[in-house]
Write a protein that binds this ligand. Sequence first.
Ligand code: SIN
Length: 520
Amino acid sequence: MAETIHTEILIIGSGIAGGTAALYASKLFERVTLVTKEKNIENCNSYYAQGGIIYRGNPDSPELLVQDILYAGGKINKKSAAEVLAKEGPDLVEEILIKELEIDFSKNEKGELDLTEEGGHQSRRIIHSEDQTGKKIEIALTQALYRQKNIEIISDFMAIDLISSSHHSPNPLDVYEEPEILGVYGLKDGKIIKILSRATILATGGIGNIYLHSTNPDMASGDGIAMADRAGARIINMEYTQFHPTTLFHKDSKRFLISESVRGEGAVLRNKKQEAFMEKYHPMKDLAPRDIVTRAILSEMTERKENYVYLDLSKVGTKEKIKNRFPHIYHSCMEYDIDITEEMIPVVPAYHFSCGGIFTDIFGKTTLKRLFAVGETACTGLHGGNRLASTSLLEGLVYGQRAVDCIYKNWKKYKKIKKYEIPQWKVTGDEKEDKALIFQDWGTVKSIMWNYVGPIRNSKRLARALKDLNQLADTVEDFYLYCYPERNIIELRNGIRTAKVVALSAWKNKKSIGAHFRED
Ligand code: SIN
């Protein structure tokens, strides 16, 4: 592979946001480049989305959806971002997912799209593909990307840093100009490659790996947030870390997501005395917004000094219905000898989604010229303090498309670029990364975040988190500088930086709203 690649549009990340952006860009531009750190480009956070994607309920309206988004978000959302999603989302689901990609969404007995419900929705408006909606979308989307001849897909490419005119131009006078993002440096097959682009779209997904217990896959290490932060982009709302109320509690299992749609189909949370407790906490009971259900579960657990509560599926329907509707959850629980058609599932909350991110306007534009961000790594303000269920895939679809549209409509501006003579990456060290130390440091980050920056926070614990993270960040930065860049150390460095951003935002914000809850 050449040491320098030139492209028009660079997309970092292959989830629904990055994939949609790349697919749309390939129809408008001659040269599109999509990079992902995974070997298999399907492997991303979107792949694991179980519940579904918002479409249209009956009755329903964009206004009703906006109401639900704002209510779940604690009314600190940016209303125009929600309006865009509600207005454009369902049409894009139809055009891209149903017609173009022909996703096999589940149908009811009448052969119509099967609509399901999740917490915080006033209408059954979510379509799904059994309980593996993200997987079905990712498979079809990546196949479509490979069919587009003008998309260069580079997998196993670990982005190291965004190339910025103020950080990387050899001309010292360039620091006086407005900084521009010119592409990315990244690691491919042990070599550092420079990709230069007219516009860069960050679609790097979530940050769940910074928490001990998370529904996210391990690759969700906050790379986009960390790179954007180092480049000087504005990052907002990072204290609004959403915890999903129901993940499998089992000594041998990572916290496996038990989709909210299980409650949407009638499942009920019970404490160990078998009491259905949600009616004590909210009129929407088990389908209240996630932050409320999460705190209700934690409160039941604390009151009774118990490690989990139960999710009871007996009201969902027959055994056959449960197996057909939730085959993935059924088989995954069976691996731990839990037959969900016969017994209750022990569940606990775990970290799930970042409602904050790299600040963007409603076209995906960040505060840095030529840099866009879409999907979970971005923050348009859509989710406010707490995300409404099943908005995340839709957000990727809508804002992935909008960012490309914005670049296309302003192409004259993006096409014209100053000549910067960006150098190759300067390697600062040649030591090999020490896997044992990296593993240990990840453990420390995850424990700090879980214990001090978890669902219930106070100023003492947050201050402690910051102190410990700062110390660790210094050590790891030194370590990073002595090493030849490798994926594990790059991810660890990014994870710590992201954890610091979250902890600092949480420490600064003394007001409890949505997913950010201060007991003090
Ligand atoms: C779920 O299925 O509960 C997760 C879907 C989402 O996060 O919106």
